[in-house]
Design a protein around this ligand. Structure first.
Ligand code: GDP
Length: 468
């Protein structure tokens, strides 16, 4: 439900800093703002211009802090409503007093993402752009920020809008025939129609195909460390975290059973996961962990297979390497890029000449490390970005879909389009064609437009922070 009261929240991060911004939005924002802010020179709040003065507690008529204030009148504000921002010192106490003062004269404390939700309802942006705001704020590395900025500017909305526009035009034509639905669709139209429907399907399929690459630039490459216990997986992860820039993610919903750390290596984000050793015979509890590990390897972008260079290879090492190689069916069809790391090279070499040959002949990148030696992991920190680049260019993926929500809706839209094509091919009646085509159009609309589905909206905006 879209509420039309006036909301208030601190728009800057919690904590102490140079400046904090308290934001008011809604029909009373201007009035409440005028009462909260006393300008140095008499006069009202200025539209699009900062005024200097004091933040005021209107109850006690007491000055709270020196402040600047700006009015952004509807409809050209972030939310599309009258908005007032008060810039004060970045003190949690000052912020709290200004927010409390606003509430005492009629404002309500905003819910998570409520400013952005209002922006969507007022047509200032669509859902894709609201999600892009969140992605931009949370982007772990530059590639992700660039992608989010493109989406925020409407690149993806436009691409989907063009496809949807062509389908809506088709639908209008088909529906014009529904009244005469005893007849089949005129023959000369159907080949043209098929061509247009197939173009739309190809365009949507291209978006689906680019999903993995777009997700990689948004979140980072999923890099799973696997291998027998004690080969040095966690030591190597720790060493890598020491070499790169740690990225702290506070995105909700990322709680997993495996420990994940995101690190920036050469401008690319890697989400590092340690796994329970991928082995065959284990106790039941361990077996579950191993099954989960297998699944993570299967879904990974990069699998780092660690072997202990101070010991001979054993069956488990070979099994894992074979499963990840060409024709190795046991891990799964979608294979990650593989980097083999021979660790513990500070210890005497335990691998035979044959085993070295075996590793060299595998079609995988191969490096040697010592996790205990600070310099010994440098080549691992270099090898991962190289492998990432080989995995495929990220350029050109800037107009891609990177969320499951989009992928699922587009996949459903594609299914309905294929059903439409099949109906047209087999001379289905206009009424049936219209039903399928409309379903496809509706799926596409659900990606960008405000839906009446409160649950989906709550989920999307629940990921935002309070002042956004
Ligand atoms: P994991 O079970 O594969 O995660 O292995 P750990 O990282 O826990 O390491 C197991 C043991 O091997 C620990 O005692 C580490 O200190 C040791 N270790 C890890 N890497 C190296 C290495 O490169 N050289 C040596 N000498 N010991 C290592």
């Amino acid at each position: 439900m879209y509420k039309t009261d006036t909301i208030v929240a601190c728009a800057t991060p919690p904590g102490r800093g140079g400046v904090a911004i308290v934001r008011l939005s809604g029909p009373e924002a201007r009035d409440i703002g005028q009462r909260l802010f006393k300008p140095g020179q008499p006069g009202p709040l200025k539209a699009w211009g900062l005024r200097h003065g004091h933040a005021l507690d209107p109850g006690r008529q007491e000055s709270i802090d020196e402040a600047l204030a700006v009015l952004m009148p509807a409809p050209h504000s972030y939310t599309g409503e009258d908005t007032v921002e008060i810039h004060c010192h970045g003190s949690p106490l000052v912020v709290e007093r200004i927010v409390a003062a606003a509430v005492s004269i009629g404002a309500r404390v905003a819910e998570r993402g409520e400013f952005s939700r209002r922006a969507v309802f007022n047509g200032r942006m669509d859902l894709l752009q609201a999600e892009a705001v969140l992605d931009l704020i949370n982007a772990p590395v530059e590639a992700g920020a660039r992608q989010a900025w493109g989406q925020l500017q409407g690149a993806l909305s436009q691409r989907l809008g063009l496809i949807r526009g062509s389908l809506v035009a088709e639908l209008a034509e088909v529906e014009a025939n529904v009244d005469f639905s005893d007849e089949e669709l005129p023959e000369e139209n159907s080949s043209l129609r098929l061509e247009r429907l197939e173009t739309a399907t190809t365009d949507l399929q291209a978006l689906l195909d680019g999903f993995a690459a777009s997700r990689r630039s948004r979140e980072g490459l999923r890099t799973v460390f696997c291998g027998r216990p004690n080969v040095g997986k966690s030591s190597l992860i720790n060493a890598l975290l020491g070499q790169g820039r740690m990225i702290v993610s506070d995105e909700p919903g990322t709680t997993r059973d495996a420990v994940e750390e995101t690190v920036d290596l050469g401008g690319q984000a890697f989400v590092l996961t340690d796994t329970a050793g991928v082995r065959e015979t284990l106790s039941k509890a361990e077996g579950l962990a191993v099954a989960a590990a297998r699944q993570r390897v299967l879904e990974a972008d990069i699998a780092v297979v660690v072997v202990d260079g101070s010991l001979p290879l054993d069956g488990q090492d070979r099994q894992l390497l074979a499963a990840l190689g060409p024709g190795g069916g046991s891990i799964g069809a979608a294979k990650p890029a593989v980097l083999v790391v021979v660790n513990k090279i500070d210890l005497p070499d335990g691998l035979s000449g044959d085993e070295h040959n075996y590793l060299n002949l595998l079609d995988f990148s191969l490096i040697s490390t010592s996790a205990l030696d600070a310099g010994g992991c440098h080549n691992l920190a270099q090898a991962l970005p190289l492998l990432a680049r080989e995995r495929g260019p990220e350029e050109g993926q800037q107009i891609g879909i990177s969320r499951l929500r989009h992928r699922e809706a587009i996949a459903r839209a594609c299914d309905r389009l294929r059903a439409t094509i099949s109906l047209v091919t087999h001379g289905g009646g206009a009424e049936l064609v219209a039903i399928e085509l409309r379903a496809s159009v509706d799926e596409l609309a659900s990606i960008t437009e405000p839906l009446d589905n409160e649950e989906v909206l709550d989920r999307i905006f629940g990921e935002f922070c309070i002042g956004k």
